[in-house]
Every structure is written in C-alpha cells, then in structure tokens.
Ligand binder design. Structure first.
Ligand SMILES: Cc1cc2nc3c(=O)[nH]c(=O)nc-3n(C[C@H](O)[C@H](O)[C@H](O)COP(=O)(O)OP(=O)(O)OC[C@H]3O[C@@H](n4cnc5c(N)ncnc54)[C@H](O)[C@@H]3O)c2cc1C
Length: 240
C-alpha cells in the first residue's frame, strides 16, 4: 500500500453525474478494496475513498458519482493528467468464504465494487442491479455473471420496483451486497430469515483510510471496528 501518482487513461461521464475513471496501475487488488483519491492541486484537503470497480493488466477503473467538491474536482481531470492514489486499502471480499450459489446485489453507485468481484466469480454469480431510472455498466456485469437482473424504480428499463423484490433468497448459499443502507438492511433481514450467509460492503465517511482517524467506526458484536481497515466488507452476522 503506498501513495503514488496515477496517470489517467480516461475519465468520462457515462450517465447523469456518474463517471468512469481509468488509471494506469499494476499490482494485486482484492475485490472490495478501495483507494483514497485526491487531485494534485490541493483544491480539497482530504482524499476521498473510491472502490476499485475493475482491474485490468495495466490499469484500474473506478466508478464514481459526483456528490460534492472532491468528486466534482476529480471529474474535471483529463487523459494524461495525474492524480494521487493511496491504496489499495481495506479488507475486501474473501473469495474462499463465498461458497455455493451466490447472489450479488447492488444498488445505485453501490454496484461499483461488485463488478471486479463478479468478474472473478463468473458463472457462480447471479447479479441483481437496482437503479432509480438510468442504468449503467449493466453490460459489463452481463459479460461475466451467470444471470443479470436489472430493476429500475420506474420500470423504464428491466423490472419495475426495488431490486430486493426480485431475489429469491432461499435459492442462495451466499449473498454479497453494496448499496443504500435501507436496501442492505432489507437484504440482511432476508438473509437471516432464510439462513443465508451475507457479506455487506459498508460506506462510512473516512478521513485517513488506514485506521488512524477513527472516523469510520462500525459497531460489531466484537466491539467497535473500523470500516477502512477491518472493512469495508463485513459479515452481516457481526454488525449490530
Ligand atoms: C470504502 C468506501 C468506498 C466508496 N466507494 C465509492 C465508489 O466506488 N464510488 C462512489 O461514487 N462513491 C464511493 N464512496 C463514497 C465517496 O467516498 C463519497 O461520495 C465521496 O467521498 C464524496 O466526496 P465529495 O467531496 O464529492 O463530497 P463531500 O462534499 O465530501 O460530500 C457531499 C455529500 O455527501 C455526503 N457524503 C460524503 N461521503 C459520504 C459517505 N462516505 N457516506 C455518507 N455520506 C457521505 C456528505 O455528507 C455530503 O452531504 C465510497 C465510500 C467509502 C467509505
């Protein structure tokens, strides 16, 4: 794990306020890990955590949504510009714990860390993607997954409603999820009901990304843990 300057290969808007950023990078990354990203002009102080969306031989991709100053500034970077990369950070999805039939469930920008995982799981994964209305990078999931179900709240593309309504939880041995808290809570309850193992990737505001600032505390049955260092991926059984 180190701070380095990454050269941008592409930084393009692929949907409303959603960007795909591709940066030159070589090194081992576990799906679910993230980097702290920052522009080099110091226009914002703290780096922002963004998950690794995909890994290629000489590059990594991020998928991010513009929220505030940090992601707005990052969105202005162009091909050949450099940005500060600190990572890879955190504990990602441990492949040897993902057994049997696996459902990968993402909501909104929470789908970001699930693509690289799906690439690794391949046909073991049935993917469920929930969006408000606009759909993005669904084709990339379709390339790798056993099946991909698209759900939009208005039904304009794919099924209509909430993604959780389209998952038959009792079909699965393991569920992996990232997305809005309300969606993940529902999924955790359904997994409990159906005695299905569940792993969640949690989002917490964090300043340092490496366990020093204690800004990203997660309450667990084993006491307080840090989303940046002990997570962001946790077994649903340990979170209170
Ligand atoms: C481990 C991890 C991985 C992440 N991966 C991705 C990713 O792949 N793609 C992506 O788009 N985003 C991801 N995020 C969220 C991303 O870090 C925030 O959206 C980003 O920091 C916002 O920075 P900003 O300067 O643009 O907005 P700010 O100006 O800092 O904030 C804008 C608004 O968003 C809220 N906000 C900012 N960060 C968070 C947060 N972590 N949780 C809840 N509310 C927040 C603020 O309260 C404020 O209302 C991840 C977060 C974590 C912790």
């Amino acid at each position: 794990m180190k701070v380095q300057k990454g050269i941008i290969i592409e930084n393009k808007c692929i949907s409303d306020n959603i960007y795909k950023l591709s940066v030159e990078y070589q090194g081992k990354i576990i799906p679910g890990q993230f980097f702290m990203l920052k522009t080099l002009d110091n226009s914002f102080l703290l780096p922002r955590p963004i998950s690794v969306n995909d890994v290629n031989e000489k590059s990594i991709n991020f998928l991010y949504r513009i929220e505030g100053i940090g992601t707005t500034k990052i969105s202005t970077l162009k091909k050949n510009d450099k940005l500060q990369l600190f990572g890879p950070l955190g504990n990602g999805f441990e492949e040897d714990k993902l057994n049997g039939q696996i459902a990968v469930i993402g909501g909104g920008i929470g789908i970001a860390p699930l693509l690289y995982l799906t690439k690794i799981l391949g046909k073991k994964a049935d993917v469920y993607l929930g969006y408000k209305e606009k759909v993005y990078i669904d084709d990339e999931f379709k390339k790798y997954a056993n099946s991909t179900t698209i759900v939009t709240e208005d039904g304009s593309i794919g099924e209509k409603g909430f993604v959780t309504d389209y998952v038959d939880f009792c079909k699965y041995d393991t569920v992996v999820t990232c997305g809005p808290e309300i969606m993940m809570n529902k999924i955790v309850d359904k997994c409990k009901e159906n005695k299905v193992k569940c792993y969640v990737s949690l989002e917490r505001r964090m300043a340092c990304g490496m366990g020093v600032c204690l800004g990203c505390t997660v309450e667990t049955i084993y006491g307080n843990k840090k989303a940046c260092k002990d997570g962001p991926v946790f077994s649903s059984e340990e979170i209170i």
